[in-house]
Design a protein around this ligand. Structure first.
Ligand code: ADP
Length: 334
């Protein structure tokens, strides 16, 4: 066994899936059942520092300026354990992480959180992992975290089986285009604050086991991902927007029709959806909506339309805040 004494700090940004991720092919390996395509966002930043210290008897995890809850700490320790196993070490670590946006509210804090943690912990342990390995290990903790390793637009393929019929545990995201490929904006309309009632993993498993539409979702999701990837390449905003909305509504249909039903939408979520249609149909503005496992709505548009769209969304009843995000960079480690 080696003793570790390294430290590192990593910055990662959350990402929003444009082609949505919902459903696991294998729960233990955390392999997605569908491909997803994302946009990494400039404004939603997590900073995480990891310091291995032989004097510690157990890992210490601080999240947003307070001790992590047992459940939060367990997810962090699980990743640290994988890093320690790779380094053949048992040294405990102190982890300090800050999300500069609401945690566990459907703004993808787990994506930036576990991307930053995988990068900082592996670096502090001196493992010299490349981006693909960091991405695959981040995915084990949170599938969307695999995509936050890369800036701009990234894709996480669905899980694959090896020739022997077993699931392949190595599955990184891949970079599609850097942040400079396309100067898009994502206008976030925050609605109801507070942690969501059903976590993503639980929601996905309930959808898989009880929704009559789950198989249809898994069959259709790759078609929308293909359409979205092609539209992204040619910078076709209506093409990306339509594929994103269809993918979003299909995944929420799966969640809503699970039993017991999972309804992440609140009244203002629906009000924003109508406002987006109105902006598109009556005012001719190119804007399309997506929602993750939470009540907020994220609206994709061209940079030049973001100001008008934000002003319109601010007026929707129940919208408590708005935020405009640009394409952001991948992980940075110091
Ligand atoms: P979200 O929509 O914010 O990703 P999830 O419920 O999917 O919501 O994930 C939130 C969970 O991710 C938190 O409860 C916590 O366990 C973990 N998490 C969030 N931020 C961090 C962080 N910076 N470092 C480590 N874990 C984090």
């Amino acid at each position: 066994m080696t003793e570790l004494d390294g430290k590192a700090r990593a910055t990662a940004r959350a990402n929003i899936a444009l082609a949505k991720y919902w459903g696991k092919a294998d729960v233990a390996l955390n392999l997605p059942a569908v491909p997803s395509i994302s946009l990494t966002l400039d404004g939603l930043v997590t900073r995480t520092s990891v310091r291995f210290d032989r004097r510690l008897e157990s890992d210490v995890v601080e999240l947003d300026g307070r001790p992590a809850t047992a459940k939060e700490a367990a997810r962090v320790v699980e990743l640290l354990d994988r890093v320690r196993a790779a380094a053949k070490a048992s040294t405990r670590a102190k982890v300090v992480s800050k999300n500069r946006f609401p945690t566990a509210a459907g703004l993808a804090s787990s994506a930036s959180g576990f991307a930053a943690l995988a990068a900082a912990a592996s670096h502090a342990a001196g493992l010299g992992w490349g981006l693909r390995k960091v991405s695959s290990e981040a995915r084990r903790s949170s599938a969307s975290a695999a995509r936050s390793i890369y800036g701009g637009f990234a894709e996480l393929p669905a899980g694959k089986k090896r020739a022997n019929g077993r699931w392949d545990g190595f599955l990184p995201a891949k970079a599609l285009h850097g942040p400079d490929h396309w100067d898009l904006r994502l206008v976030v309309a925050e609605t109801v604050r507070g942690p969501k009632k059903v976590g993503s993993t639980e929601g996905m498993e309930r959808s898989r086991t009880t929704s009559p539409y789950y198989d249809a979702w898994v069959a259709e999701a790759p078609i929308w991902a293909d359409a979205l990837r092609a539209a992204l390449r040619r910078r076709d905003l209506p093409g990306v927007g339509e594929a994103m909305e269809r993918s979003t509504l299909a995944f929420h249909t799966c969640a809503i029709t699970a039993h017991p039903s999972i309804l992440y939408w609140q009244a203002p979520t629906v009000a924003v959806l109508h406002a987006v249609r109105e902006l598109r149909e009556a005012r001719g503005l190119g804007c399309w909506a997506t929602m993750d496992a939470g009540p907020h709505v994220k609206v994709l548009c061209a940079a030049e339309d973001a100001r008008k769209i934000r002003a319109a969304l601010k007026k929707v009843e129940g919208v408590t805040g708005t935020l405009v995000c640009k394409p952001g960079a991948g992980i940075e480690v110091a």
